[in-house]
Design a protein around this ligand. Structure first.
Ligand code: SF4
Length: 247
């Protein structure tokens, strides 16, 4: 299983319709016969196994080890709220906003504004995640300071959080909603090597996140397709999740 998706926690198409004029690495036979909010849907999200939910106590926030690309609007929004974010950071974190982003901008049509920049990573104790570096916004508890700051102001926990952090391990590449296997492969708890931990599919674990991304109405189209084909997806998921035990 390899999508050859090289974007790490990237690619946003919030609120836009898209032309599918790019070559995708996702094989045609895996694409569901539906389009939602302008996106195609890779059936891999229905068949890839996943843990019950993202549990920081069990994974240590390993998915944050390499940071994230944020759309230029998300970048601006994070800086608007820099004082609130700094106020919840701990002594292990960099509190200078000038050091929060890598200073390089990429052009990528997968982002709403077509421009994105990466968050900086710094050396840190990754604890049970096993990583030795992490996003500047990752605190010593392995919580995201952007999320903590929004919640501390009484806002929704995702109010200021980058889209691809919310969505992970679901991502979007070339206008297709898919599973980010290239970034998941190093995650021992929930990634492709964590098969013994799976209890359901990536899709089932990430319904709230997907609805947040798509809108309720568009999400319901995905849900209807999933339910109509659920026996097929479940059979494939279970087959793929079998753990070989050597005696
Ligand atoms: S912005 Fe927050 S959720 Fe995203 S990679 Fe950084 S610490 Fe993790």
């Amino acid at each position: 299983m390899d999508n050859n998706i090289t974007k790490t926690l990237t690619a946003a198409h919030l609120g836009e319709e898209h032309q599918f004029d790019e070559e995708s690495d996702i094989p045609e036979h895996r694409l569901a016969p539906l389009t939602v909010k302008g996106f195609k849907v890779d059936e891999l999200i229905f068949t890839q196994g996943f843990v019950n939910y993202c549990d920081i106590d069990k994974c240590g926030g390993g998915c944050c080890h390499s940071g994230v690309y944020v759309d230029s609007k998300e970048y601006e929004n994070i800086l608007i709220h820099k004082d609130d974010i700094i106020s919840v950071m701990d002594e292990t974190q960099i509190k200078d906003p000038a050091q929060w982003f890598d200073g390089e901008w990429i052009e990528d049509a997968d982002f709403p504004t077509g421009r994105a920049t990466g968050t900086q990573v710094h050396d840190r104790d990754g604890g049970i995640s096993g990583f030795t570096e992490g996003c500047v916004f990752l605190d010593k508890r392995h919580f995201c300071s952007i999320q903590v700051a929004a919640a501390s102001k009484g806002l929704h926990r995702w109010a200021w959080k980058p889209t691809y952090c919310i969505m992970f391990p679901i991502t979007v590449t070339e206008a297709t909603i898919t599973y980010d296997d290239s970034h998941s492969v190093d995650l021992h708890y929930c990634g492709p090597n964590g098969a013994g931990n799976y209890v359901h599919s990536v899709y089932e674990a990430m319904k709230e996140e997907l609805q947040n991304f798509l809108s309720k109405e568009e999400f319901e189209k995905v849900e209807a397709y999933y339910q109509a084909n659920r026996p097929r997806f479940e059979a494939e998921r279970i087959k793929n999740s079998l753990v070989q035990i050597s005696l």
